[in-house]
Design a protein around this ligand. Structure first.
Ligand code: FAD
Ligand code: FES
Length: 282
């Protein structure tokens, strides 16, 4: 039951993925769906939301960004952590349409399970990963081994398309698109460019500026979209109100939100709440 007290688990394997990210494998299993998360307790430090990257055994990939994640990175095989979950609303696969999975930062982790699920349904799967430099492209090798179509982009051009992940997506799916394409808010409307991409479903996880760019790309091209949004969390199950994004509680209404759920949200792309609950600029 997701609301139980934390259970303890031993770290049985640690893999270095990128200069910032390590993968931790725990000696426990979990039943979850792609996009859901756990609250991970780092003993004596803090409890933080982490996406589920693998279920059997429970696996997470964590970027070192502050006190809690640094303390976790300093743990070794054999050390114990605590966890509660799974929490949150997962991605819902649209099995009738080709899937475009888009990852930035640690976003490859939750999308890995989604890619496996989509392939099991026999779907056409493209995974686009963006990073600043080549060695920060998280899970590129793992996705390659799954057999998906891979689109890579780096800001410095050290691997894949030079620029943002949206540039790689445009080059692949919208080669003839004008940058000032009109915004279409009706997902069933005809796409503006006469492309054959009307039926794409986009699933994304990454930094909020990337999600905002993808939201606009989806709206401009009539694609459906599900975006995993990050907010500072304390309880993880709808009690504390810390994770509010306008009238949405990201821990229970999300973290995966549809384009319609994000429509006209003032906070999306602009504000989040810090540890005290104060609204802060993103
Ligand atoms: C549903 C969900 C799933 C997540 N999954 C993962 C995952 O799989 N892997 C992973 O590495 N991280 C994940 N995160 C983010 C992770 O929880 C934070 O990076 C972590 O809490 C940072 O803790 P810290 O003490 O190390 O750093 P802090 O000192 O808390 O933060 C360091 C920096 O990151 C910013 N920050 C911290 N938390 C957030 C937040 N929630 N939203 C925006 N900015 C924030 C702070 O403002 C600060 O600038 C997830 C977050 C959510 C909400
Ligand atoms: S984290 Fe407490 S309500 Fe969402």
């Amino acid at each position: 039951m997701a609301y139980d007290l934390p259970r303890s688990a031993r770290i049985i394997d640690i893999q270095r993925e990128t200069p910032l990210v390590k993968t931790f494998v725990l000696d426990t299993d979990i039943d979850a769906q792609p996009g859901q998360f756990i609250m991970l307790w780092i003993p004596g430090v803090d409890e933080k939301p982490m996406s589920i990257a693998g279920m059997r055994p429970l696996t997470i990939s964590v970027a070192r960004v502050g006190p809690a994640t640094s303390a976790l990175h300093d743990l070794t095989v054999g050390d114990y952590v605590g966890w509660r979950g799974p929490f949150g609303r997962p991605y819902r696969l649209d099995t009738d349409r080709p899937a475009l999975l888009v990852a930035g930062g640690y976003g490859s982790a939750p999308l890995y399970m989604l890619a496996q699920q989509a392939l099991a349904h026999g779907m056409d799967v493209t995974v686009a990963i963006g990073a600043r430099v080549a060695d920060e492209l998280l899970y590129a090798d793992r996705f390659e081994q799954l057999g998906v179509q891979l689109l890579l982009s780096t800001n410095d051009g050290s691997r894949g398309v030079k620029g943002f992940v949206t540039d790689a997506i445009r080059a692949q799916f919208l080669p003839d698109a004008a940058d000032d394409a009109p915004v279409i808010s009706d997902p069933d409307a005809e796409p503006p460019h006469g492309t054959s991409t009307r039926s794409l479903s986009l699933y994304a996880c990454g930094p909020e500026p990337m999600l905002v760019a993808l939201y606009k790309l989806c709206r401009a091209n009539g694609w459906s979209g599900q975006l995993s949004v990050e907010r500072y969390m304390k309880c993880g199950f709808g009690v504390c109100g810390q994770c509010a994004l306008d009238d949405v509680l990201v821990c229970i209404d999300g973290p995966v939100l549809t384009l319609d759920q994000l429509e006209a949200k003032r906070d999306f792309g602009h504000f989040h709440r810090g540890p005290t609950g104060r609204r802060l600029e993103i």
